[in-house]
Structures are given as C-alpha cells and as structure tokens.
Design a protein. Sequence first.
Length: 275
Amino acid sequence: MFQDLSNTLKAILTQPGIPADLAAATIVFDRPADTFTPTQTTLDLFLYDIRENLDLRNNEPIITTANGVATVTPPPLRVACSYLVTAWPVGGTDVSLQEQQLLAEVLQLLSGYPLIPSNFLQGSLVGQTPPLPMMALHPDALRNLSEFWTSMGAKLRASLTVTITISMNVLPAPAPMPVVVTHELDMQLNPPSTPEKVFEIGGTVTDATNNPVDNATATLVELGLSTATASDGTFTLGPMAAGTYTLQVQSGATQKSLSITVPATIVNGYNLQLS
C-alpha cells in the first residue's frame, strides 16, 4: 500500500502541463544519505515517517448483514505518511537557484490538492474512501532539521515535507456472527382476553478494540431487567411492553447507556462499544 502511495505522488508530479524543468526531473524515493549522488536532475521523495492520524481516528465498527449473518469489521486505520522532498539539480550555471526553483514548483503543485483526486490514485488506493488528504509543509514535521540530516550522514539541505493520510484495513479478516434480532411475543390471559404484545431485544457488547465482552451486565433501567453477556458478547432482554427505555451496559468500571424504542426499527440488534 505504501508503494501505491509513492506511485500516486509520482503520478501527480509527472502529469501533463507542469513546468518544463519539473517535468524533466527524475522522481525517486531513495534515502538522501551522503552516498546519494544522482547523475541527472532528480526529485527525491523519502518516506521517513509513518504514524496513526489520531485526529481522524474512528472507533465505530462497520457492520454488514447478509443471509442472517452479520460481519463486524473494525474501522480502518487512518495512517499519516510523511515524505521529505529534496531537489538535486545536475548541470546548469547556478545549481542552488535551480534547487530552489524545483522545490517551489513542487510546493505550488502539491498545495493545489488538499484532497488527492481519484484519477491520480494507484494500485490498492484506487476507489479508496474517504478521499486522501494531503498537506504540504506539515507544521509538525521535522522540528530538528540538523539532527535529522546528521542521522542521515549528510549535510543540511533545503527540503519540504508532504504528509498524506490513507486508510488501511486491519488484519485478520473479520469473522461472521449470528444476527441478534428483536423478537415479538403474543401473550394471552386465561380466560381469554385481548392479547397484549410484549417484546424481547438483543444485541452485542464489544470493547474499544471491537472484541466481544463476556459477562458484561445489560440492564433495562426503567424495568430493572438485567442479564449477562455470553462469551461472544451477545445478550437478550425481555419480555417488555412497547415503549421507550434506557439500555445500560456495564463491565467493571466502564459503562455506556443508550435510549431505545421498542419495538426496534433495526434488524441487527443493539451493538454497544465500551471505550
């Protein structure tokens, strides 16, 4: 996936209509150490940092149902990938000015895409949602440049940092589980009278990493009905009349409440995540 991101950047920097000197530069992704000495004008995009973008983190699982089976998929990681961009002109009368010109053109071009257009995406990134945000001159990047270049074993050099956030699915693949549905029961008094409809509800309790929570307590507060979750995190509660209730789930010191309406309008039960 990271190589697809690098190829996506290359597609942006080699598109038709860009300045001639930028179009003539070779795009590489090498480590800019002291041994890096290109023989032709080169733009080097070195992937130096990979970390989770906490601002874009989402803990809500993705639930899909088909043929009575539910699949709970953890949300994808939002991974921020930072590239150090350096220019390495070869030939000409003033190499330093050429270097500055190339960096300025790269900055102007990449700054025009706060979100990477889909037509530039390569490989596994094709069709990825949400769109990939890109930030040139990331404010938190490389606060100590001299230390960075010393670790590279090279002299300090003009550079800019470009950070792109991609979505990455986690492994292993999700396992399907039975769908917990709301049941409707018809009860009639003896001797016969007008039947009263009562209901049961069900759902699943997971932890912050989307694993099922065993032996958590699920309670309908207004009715005082309680039960414990099974090893797969599922529970059922009832019977109850139609109405609005507070469904409360607790495991240890962690608690979560949800206002529900019975009968339910959903078919896959109430899924609560303890964070």
